[in-house]
Structures are given as structure tokens and as C-alpha cells.
Design a protein around this ligand. Structure first.
Ligand SMILES: Cc1cc2nc3c(=O)[nH]c(=O)nc-3n(C[C@H](O)[C@H](O)[C@H](O)COP(=O)(O)O)c2cc1C
Length: 171
């Protein structure tokens, strides 16, 4: 799968097979997260890999919409050091999700609404932030990947030269 195809076909899924993610693929996923650029190359992003089922269940209790962390064989917490920006975390998170999908691994970002809970489960220092937790695994294709969710048309979300100058695409 080329990079463009991996990006445009990647959809978030909450239904996983229990099959483990092979160690070599997991390493590639983590490398993709590591290689994301950051503001002034400050590299404020760290990743905590959680495979233990009990710890994943504990993490699931820290978010309001996090139940699928119990079904995904791997969770990767994307952690920001103090002063790190959310854009840096987002770049790393999307990198690793796209790299995963290029190897057939689906994913879904999960918000940790209760940060103190997530910090405790992960053993993080109090000034660290869990930007997101990525649930990862092979997709259970009994459930359609996109579940019918659509994206807005390109000409609706793109302006040319100044805000509001839309023009039809694809002709
Ligand atoms: C910042 C952010 C936080 C999200 N948090 C959650 C979450 O807590 N639980 C969840 O199930 N999905 C979460 N999602 C996934 C979104 O619901 C998903 O990206 C959106 O519905 C589009 O999914 P699709 O690519 O499959 O169409 C989050 C996505 C983003 C970007």
C-alpha cells in the first residue's frame, strides 16, 4: 500500500481480532511515531506500550468512550512531556496509525478524560499529559471500518487565496 492510499483509506475502528500484533510490526509502528517532526525538534512525545489486558482495562476506565481498549491487543499511550504541544502529539499519533494501517493493523485514538487516572495506570510523573491512547489490532471485519461515516466534500472545506473562495474540485 503506498503512502497516499494508506492515508486516505485509514478509518478508525473499535472492533479488533484478539490476534497479537507481531513484534517487528509493532517496532515499525513505534518508529513511525518517533520520526514525526515536532516544534523546533523539541521531541516532547513519549510512547507507553500497553499489552497487558488488566492494564488496558484500567486505562479504559479513564476515558468516557474507551471501552474498546479492552478488545485491542495493543494500546499505545502518546504522552507529552511538560511544555509539549498537542500538534506534536497529533503528528506522532497519526504517523503511527497510518504506519500501522499500511501493515493491515487498524486503530482508534481514545481520549483520556480523567488524566489523573491515566497517569496513575501508566505510572507517569504528575506533569506529564496523556495526549491520546491509540487502540491497535487486526480489524474484526464483521464490523465495517467506516460504519458509514462520511467526510465533507473537498470544495466545502478548501478555500483558495482567501476564506470562502470555494471552487469545484475534480473536473
Ligand atoms: C482528538 C480525538 C479524540 C478522539 N477520542 C475518541 C474516544 O475517546 N473514543 C473513541 O471511540 N473515538 C475517539 N476518536 C475517534 C473519532 O471518533 C474518529 O476519528 C472519527 O469518528 C472519525 O472516524 P473514521 O475515520 O472511522 O471516520 C477521537 C478522535 C480524535 C481526533
Amino acid at each position: 500500500m503506498d503512502a497516499y492510499r494508506a492515508i486516505v483509506t485509514k478509518r478508525d475502528t473499535r472492533h479488533f481480532l484478539p490476534n497479537p500484533v507481531p513484534a517487528d510490526i509493532l517496532t515499525r509502528i513505534l518508529q513511525a511515531g518517533r520520526m514525526a517532526g515536532s516544534s523546533k525538534n523539541t521531541q516532547p512525545v513519549r510512547m507507553v506500550v500497553v499489552q497487558d489486558a488488566e492494564r488496558r482495562a484500567q486505562l479504559a476506565s479513564c476515558g468516557d468512550y474507551a471501552a474498546h481498549l479492552t478488545a485491542a491487543p495493543v494500546a499505545i499511550a502518546v504522552v507529552l512531556l511538560p511544555g509539549g504541544g498537542p500538534f506534536d502529539a497529533g503528528r506522532a499519533a497519526q504517523n503511527l496509525m497510518v504506519a500501522a494501517w499500511a501493515s493491515g493493523i487498524t486503530s482508534c485514538p481514545v481520549s483520556m478524560h480523567r488524566q489523573e487516572c491515566a497517569r496513575t495506570v501508566l505510572g507517569l510523573p504528575p506533569d506529564h499529559t496523556v495526549a491520546t491512547v491509540i487502540a491497535l489490532g487486526y480489524p474484526d471485519l464483521k464490523h465495517p471500518l467506516s460504519q458509514g461515516r462520511q467526510r465533507l466534500p473537498l470544495d466545502e472545506i478548501v478555500s483558495w487565496e482567501a476564506w470562502g473562495n470555494h471552487r469545484p474540485q475534480g473536473d
